[in-house]
Ligand binder design. Structure first.
Ligand code: SAJ
Length: 406
């Protein structure tokens, strides 16, 4: 039996996927409410294909509890936040979960950490717990790091089709866990050591963060000298060895806007390009705010209350708001003592910010300048509703005459 610890954005789909592929699974989470919701047959967040997968897993017998189980295989998928000041990963949840696992597991059990951690975290934060409890790695318990790679919005597909990395002290243990993931994963599964696996995960997200920062810097250069950044990137990407990502209103989410900081925090003075890239991305919401004021001035608008931000989530077609550029922009605007922007997001049903709307038409009725912060399908498919409005399109998805860009 596999005990999956942490039933959030990654742990839940992983547990469901294993169960629906024939593995006996118990999902554990310390959040009683979450466990009650899942046990009553409802999922806890929206994601393409998740409800169907949940049904299949329930039929296969998955159960949910707040208790850690006595078994021989664990997958730990708890959050790893970062400390905003030191920029280092905070492994407290992982350490606490592993500690609890070690208090109930069978001798010789394997503990797989899926949570993203910075290189050396398992060595520095997790291994000492074993020593403290008088346990020997490789004999009493095996440690494995198998970082997840799935993207919110396409998690179910990517769980099946992405390649995976498994880091283990011992090759045989790595191969055993590879077999477990092969129950549903059709991608290639590489077995390596733990520190390499830790580093690859952080590097993958850092690569994207730096590439996005490059695109954002190009957008600023092109804005300054009146060039079309999208046309320029499109042409450059026709080169066989160039692949520039897209500029945008900022980088959100719990991964690309966070993980690269681990390298900055852990290797001060060495991770300089990464440090600058992260700062560049972090400044994008302020850049958009300046564009809003510029466009208002150009159009003789004076009332910020007639400006509407479309989108609150960190990216399109998900209901996840973590580190969202829109929230960053609103915070920055409050600091400038100029509140009043209107906000709407079709994926956010609860009131989370001031002046929030829950219906596209009434939102549009109350604003003159619409800022497309998130490219949800809804706005792209309803772009004709924007005609007659002044539009700042931060993603170049609204194909209408006279639209402004960042
Ligand atoms: N963004 C841009 N320009 C782009 C692409 C994205 O500004 O060209 C912005 C998005 O709008 C969003 C942020 O970046 O605010 C991140 O979005 P994303 O869709 O690129 O990535 P995440 O954070 O949802 O998921 C990433 C993925 N990592 C990589 O692609 C290397 C995913 O595979 C990981 O599993 C996930 O992080 C994670 O958990 O680490």
């Amino acid at each position: 039996m596999v005990n999956v610890i942490g039933l959030g954005y990654i742990g839940l789909p992983t547990a469901l996927m294993l169960a629906s592929s024939g593995v006996e699974v118990v999902g554990t989470d310390y959040n009683k409410e979450l466990v009650a919701t899942l046990s009553s047959g409802r999922t806890t967040f929206k994601e393409k294909g998740l409800d169907e997968l949940f049904e299949a897993a329930l039929k296969a017998g998955i159960t949910f509890t707040t208790e850690y189980q006595e078994t021989d295989t664990y997958i730990v998928s708890v959050p790893t936040p970062y400390d905003k000041f030191s920029k280092k990963v905070d492994p407290a949840y992982v350490v606490a979960a592993v500690r609890k696992v070690l208090s109930v597991c069978k001798k010789g059990a394997t503990v797989v950490v899926e949570s993203t951690v910075s290189p050396g975290t398992i060595e520095k934060a997790v291994r000492p717990v074993l020593a403290e409890l008088g346990l020997e790695a490789g004999k009493d318990v095996n440690l494995v790091h198998a970082p997840e790679r799935i993207i919110p919005g396409n998690m179910v597909y990517e769980l099946i089709h992405n390649n995976r990395t498994i880091g283990a002290d011992d090759r045989q243990v790595g191969e055993k866990i590879k077999e477990l993931y092969s129950s549903f994963c059709k991608g290639e599964i590489v077995v390596t050591d733990i520190k390499t696996a830790e580093m690859t995960k952080v590097v993958e997200n850092t690569y994207r963060a730096v590439n996005i920062a490059f695109a954002n810097e190009l957008a600023k250069i092109c804005r300054h000298d009146d060039m079309d950044v999208y046309e320029i990137i499109r042409i450059c990407n026709m080169h066989p060895r160039v692949n520039i990502l897209k500029p945008g209103p900022g980088v959100g989410g719990h991964c690309i806007s966070v993980d690269p900081w681990f390298l900055v925090g852990d290797y001060p003075g060495l991770a300089k390009v990464i440090d600058e890239a992260m700062k560049t991305n972090d400044k994008m919401p302020d850049f958009v705010l300046n564009r809003i004021y510029e466009i208002m001035q150009e159009n003789g608008m004076t009332d910020i209350g007639r400006v509407g931000l479309y989108g609150l989530t960190y990216k399109e077609n998900v209901d996840d708001m973590r580190e969202s550029p829109t929230l960053q922009l609103l915070e920055s605007q409050e600091r400038h003592l100029a509140p009043g922007l209107k906000v709407y997001d079709p994926f956010i049903e609860k009131d989370v910010v001031k002046n929030q709307y829950h219906d596209l038409n009434s939102f549009l009725d109350d604003v003159d300048l619409v800022v497309v912060m998130v490219k949800h399908d809804e706005i792209v498919e309803n772009k004709e509703k924007l005609s007659g409005k002044t539009v700042l399109d931060c993603h170049n998805v609204i194909d209408l005459p006279g639209v402004y860009h960042i």
